[in-house]
Design a protein around this ligand. Structure first.
Ligand SMILES: [Zn+2]
Length: 234
């Protein structure tokens, strides 16, 4: 092979479905809320079909093709946005039943609000195998903010999570999926490794690290629609 030519291995595509959930409770008509029964059915499906929900750490190693990492059977990353208190009450026990890890994107400015997780709740999820990462301090529309305000939203959220939970919190998730060039520059300047959008599709190693796609799970959809989404998006 001539010098400089990419080997088939180096150019091979890694493609992983990243499922995007939010609140887990009963709220008919609200597409960003999934009922505990539906979440349970989806987790059972993943389990029965041999999918392997992975930690954020494993996800990153697979995307980066770290040597020595053996891809598990049908890897999938489960993500939950916003940090609703029902994630502890409803989602955590369902995932624990199948021994599935997940990744939570929380806004630390909301910890005093009873609808959202306190630090105690975030710690419970962490102990149950969830990775906790930043979603802005107060879930702002980032493009509407000045560069200084954006920097605060991004870096303060990370700092608080790292202080409170003793973890590395350098994987961002854009509130409302919104960002501009300033946001991307700030993530790079502050050493963030990855960022997730709400653009639809499998996540691949060929996407920009700050523009990773996910699959939005519509809480109103049937199990059949969930299965179709999981299979078709590849
Ligand atoms: Zn959000």
């Amino acid at each position: 092979m001539p010098n400089g030519a990419a080997t088939p291995f180096a150019s091979s595509k890694v493609s992983i479905p990243v499922l995007n959930y939010h609140s887990v409770t009963i709220d008919p008509g609200n597409v960003v809320v999934i009922s505990p029964a539906k979440l349970e059915a989806q987790m059972k499906y993943l389990h029965d079909q041999g999918y392997t929900p992975i930690s954020l750490d494993t996800f990153i190693k697979l995307i980066e093709k770290k040597s020595g990492i053996v891809a598990p059977n049908k890897p999938v990353l489960l993500t939950f946005d916003d940090g609703y208190v029902d994630n502890v009450e409803e989602a955590m026990p369902i995932l624990a039943k199948y021994n599935f890890p997940a990744t939570l994107f929380m806004s630390p400015g909301m910890v005093e609000d009873p609808s959202y997780l306190s630090w105690e709740g975030a710690k419970q999820l962490q102990q149950a195998g969830w990775d906790i990462q930043p979603h802005g301090m107060t879930h702002p529309h980032l493009p509407k903010l000045s560069s200084e305000e954006q920097a605060y939203q991004i870096t303060e959220a990370r700092k608080l999570i790292e202080e409170q939970l003793g973890t590395q919190a350098d994987v961002f998730c854009f509130p409302y999926g919104e960002y501009n060039q300033t946001t991307l520059k700030l993530l790079k300047a502050h050493g963030f490794r990855y960022a997730f959008t709400i653009e639809q599709g499998y996540t691949t190693n060929q996407q920009s690290p700050y523009l990773l796609k996910r699959l939005f799970i519509n809480g109103e959809e049937s199990l059949k629609a969930f299965i179709n989404k999981l299979h078709k998006a590849n």
